[in-house]
Write a protein that binds this ligand. Structure first.
Ligand code: GLU
Length: 436
């Protein structure tokens, strides 16, 4: 069975960069009729926060990306202990005593000499005595001893991919404080949870090579891997520094619809056009991992807003009924009200302003030169109550005859007086809904 997973570290809020692997893994699992696991990579006790775990769940719930299984690495430390013992026993995990500063200096020296800053395996050359001496006042971190060979796999997006592990540092799997790095934990989890496919960012390509070796060393079959490109901004520059402000929470707060964000993100970096999708099922049906390429995916907030607007303009009343009720729109007129305003708003946040117009709580705008005209119109409109679908046409026809005004001069002062704005829906349809 296809089983994928999304494995965020709860060290901050999810942003659009995280959404890419979340969505691709979810879509892939759903398309294959498989399962989707949410795994929290929280072995870094200092940086992991419970509030971020809650926020991750809230964000995925908001987007409708449900999971079939929930796991967290902090509850599986026994399993990682066992795996570490196994690797130690087979000589693949070795203790190192260098401090961060020492390693830093060593890397600088290597760079200055024109050599790649790869860990030189000095710890493997220590004698037992030297090791015992270092252990007197230092605690070791532990590295995985890579086979210095070329690791090859068929990547679901990049095609044939290989990494020469001869030019990669032996990865640290256990920190000096005994904490596990995700590199080892992830392999244990992928084996134990039967993960069949891992889709993640191309910043993990080297990790994949080392993890394929760890799968092998632990006697597990490696999953299939696909590495998607990373997001860049409209100018093609890395988004990494700006991702902090592109959190899913802030996008939700801007009034972006879940399906707008999903429709947009599902097609970024793919050869298929970006189109609004009306449901998750439609998204799944249109998903094809083969359509993604290696080129960076350009994230444009403007394109997202434009897509959101397109989705909002056709949003069915049922989807917003509760929202309108909460905003104080009477049930009796809520549906026609929604159909009128949806094409005039860019985000749901704009609803309260229209509710204020509905209730007459808006600032009436009357220019000095229109004051007399508006006063006359007010009298005529008041006399024409109750307002119906015909009222606007009839009253403005009378006003035209009475005042000689026509076109914009006839209509705009009335729109401004009644709504406080120069734009908005058809006044003939709006008038009967106004509560004046
Ligand atoms: N916690 C890792 C990360 O967020 C997971 C990477 C992976 O999908 O394997 O980078």
């Amino acid at each position: 069975m296809t089983i994928t997973r999304f494995a965020p570290s709860p060290t901050g809020r999810l942003h659009v960069g995280n959404l890419r692997p979340a969505l691709l893994n979810w879509l892939y699992a759903r398309k294959q009729g498989g399962q989707f696991v949410l795994r929290i990579d929280d072995t870094d006790a200092e940086r992991s926060k419970e509030e971020h775990v809650d926020a991750i769940k809230r964000d995925l719930d908001w987007l409708g990306l449900g999971w079939d299984r929930f796991e967290r690495q902090s509850e599986r430390l026994d399993r990682y202990d066992a795996a570490a013992d196994e690797l130690r026993a087979s000589g693949r995990l070795y203790p190192c005593y260098e401090t961060a500063t020492e390693l830093d200096i060593r890397r600088k020296v290597q760079r200055n000499a024109g050599r790649p800053p790869v860990y030189d395996r000095a710890a493997l050359k220590l004698t037992d005595e030297e090791r015992a001496k270092l252990a007197e006042d230092r605690r070791p971190h532990w590295r995985f001893k890579l086979d210095q060979t070329r690791v090859t796999w068929t990547d679901g997006i990049r095609g044939e991919t290989n990494v020469d592990c001869g030019s990669v540092s032996d990865p640290v799997l256990i920190r000096e404080d005994g904490g596990y790095l995700y590199t080892l934990c992830s392999v244990c989890d992928d084996i134990d949870f039967g993960i069949s496919d891992v889709i993640r960012g191309e910043d993990h390509v080297t990790n994949t090579a080392t993890q394929i070796q760890i799968f092998d060393a632990l006697g597990g079959a490696a999953t299939a891997f696909a590495h998607h490109s990373l997001l860049v901004d409209e100018e093609g520059a890395s988004l990494s520094k700006r991702l902090g402000s592109l959190t899913l929470e802030s996008i939700r707060d801007q009034g972006i619809e879940p399906l707008a964000l999903l429709s947009y993100m599902a097609r970024l970096g793919s050869s298929d056009p970006i189109e609004p999708r009306a449901s998750h099922d439609e998204l799944i049906a249109g998903f094809d991992l083969n359509s993604y390429g290696r080129a960076p995916a350009r994230f444009s907030p403007g394109d997202l807003t434009a897509l959101n607007t397109r989705i909002l303009h056709t949003k069915p009343y049922a989807d917003v009924a509760a929202l309108l009720r909460d905003a104080g729109v009477p049930d009796a007129i809520a549906e026609p009200f929604w159909h009128l305003i949806r094409e005039n708003i860019e985000e749901l946040d704009a609803i309260p302003a229209w509710v204020a117009i509905l209730k007459g709580d808006c600032e009436s705008v009357v220019d000095a030169e229109d004051a007399d005209y508006v006063a006359t119109a007010r009298a005529r409109l008041n006399a024409a109550k109750p307002w119906t679908a015909e009222t606007w046409k009839a009253v403005t026809a009378d006003l035209k005859t009475e005042t000689g005004r026509k076109g914009r001069a006839l209509f705009m002062p009335l729109r401004k007086a009644l709504t406080g704005r120069t734009d908005g829906p058809d006044m003939a349809a709006l008038l009967p809904l106004l509560d004046r």
